[in-house]
Design a protein around this ligand. Sequence first.
Ligand code: GDP
Ligand code: IMO
Ligand code: MG
Length: 429
Amino acid sequence: MPGTCVIGLQWGDEAKGKIVDLLTQQHDIVVRYQGGANAGHTVVVDDQTYKLSLLPSGVLTPGVTCVITGGVVLYPEKVIAELDELAARNVQDYDNLKISDRVHVICPWHFAEDRVLDKSTSDGENIGTTGRGIGPCYRDKVGRSYAIRLGDMYRDTFRHQVEHNVRVKNALLQAGVDEADFEPLDAASIFKQYREFAERLEPYVADTTEFLLSAAEAEKRLLFEGAQGALLDVDHGTYPFVTSSNSSGVGISNGSGVPAQHINKVIGIVKAYTSRVGGGPFPTEQDNAIGQRIRDQGNEYGTVTKRPRRCGWLDAVAVRYTSRLSGVDSICVMLLDVLSGLDELRICRGYLLDGQESKRFPSHVDDLRRVEPQYETLPGWQEDISSARSMSELPANAVAYVRRIGELVGLPVEMVSVGPERSQTIAVR
Ligand code: GDP
Ligand code: IMO
Ligand code: MG
């Protein structure tokens, strides 16, 4: 019965990894069900920092089973590197892992396509993808003719599949680009390399849909770890400046194969401000000294690509939209400590579009580009709050800021985070 899901409610990097790690202790199984190595989830345990892209953030808790379902796009070399790193750092039980045989495999042509074909939208604005082959792999999954799933790699037909794909992809890439940008791919070496990956991953391969359905029916406690953020959802986000999977709450069942009846709690993760990596509209962006201050204070540089993240004020219109879309029950307000020392804080409570005030999040990016955020200003606090462990230890202005976020989003605040470590967390009662 108990299934909990953690969903980012902004444009990613809301500190989902920290909350998943914390909640893992109360669960039996942790599930990554969409996205791929575009994700970078940070978990800090004691003085050790772990950056996870494909392995669920539950891997650091002994005895928990971690599952990567068919909704994920898997780059085998990366998951192997993560497993090797955990082994080198003596993390116990890291091999308590199941990877779906339905998972779609990212191949070298996907990186090439991401680099040369998916740079920008038709109007020329850069999407700014992570370059990890995510969009091209999902495109092949939906297109079917050139897709490769993990289960295919153990069949006699795999060599033919690689040869067939390389022939077509080489022709497509060569036709589409400047020769200098693309070196033709070699089927024989790709086949050999991927056969080695397949061998290495064989102990983990499973029918995770069946495994999770049986686990849910046996009342095991499942924790679903969303990747990216709901505003990057391919159907409901700021299209086309999105990722290629359903990263809002609507993606839990299609990615994992576990129906909604087994999910009884959705926790929304919200940064105390907003960050975004890559292109696309961002109404509350502060491309100024305030944004730079937040970036410096919050160390807002991408976990995966190291790009500086764009920073700005919290957008309650956007978060209210994504929390409704994701069926969120309560929220966690993260990185509150980053805002210490600012005289005033702003929260966007409405948009002005064509002279009309509205709380609707626009469905077209052209409209989102045109909205003027309507801010509410709150007093800041000067104190360092990183050692606060209860709401009563926070300055009154910090408490008021958190309460106002809850009011504007329309949901209870369950936790407040004041630093990257497990202990730097306040349970709100
Ligand atoms: P995710 O992708 O949502 O898991 O988030 P990332 O790991 O990409 O980015 C969150 C960053 O903030 C990581 O470096 C975390 O270690 C860090 N972090 C998490 N919670 C806090 C917090 O409350 N305060 C501060 N200062 N950093 C935090
Ligand atoms: P986590 O799980 C922040 C962004 C990219 C780009 C867009 C499309 O760590 O929160 P893609 O490579 O997916 O085709 O890129 O999505 N993006 C993320 N931004 N956090 C992430 O993951 C992201 N994953 C993708 O920057 O704008
Ligand atoms: Mg991240």
